[in-house]
Design a protein around this ligand. Sequence first.
Ligand SMILES: [Zn+2]
Length: 85
Amino acid sequence: MDKFHKAKSLTEDNKVKYKGLIGSSLYFSVLSNSEHQVLFRIANHRWMCDCEWAALHKKDCSHILAAKQWLKMNESESIKTNEVQ
Ligand SMILES: [Zn+2]
């Protein structure tokens, strides 16, 4: 399975949890084989993940892709609501 399909199944299986807006970053927890912390820095539009693959390749891993998909699907509801609170 390539990372795009993996990301899609992570999103569809509801493995992406949005933890909230902390400072100027969106925090996610993605449950793959183990749990990974993904964050999106709004200021420079940078995605980061704590997994080895991301550190090694300096590219979007499946966890980041999954969080991106999640964001695309939930942007209007969750994010804006959280910002107001
Ligand atoms: Zn990752």
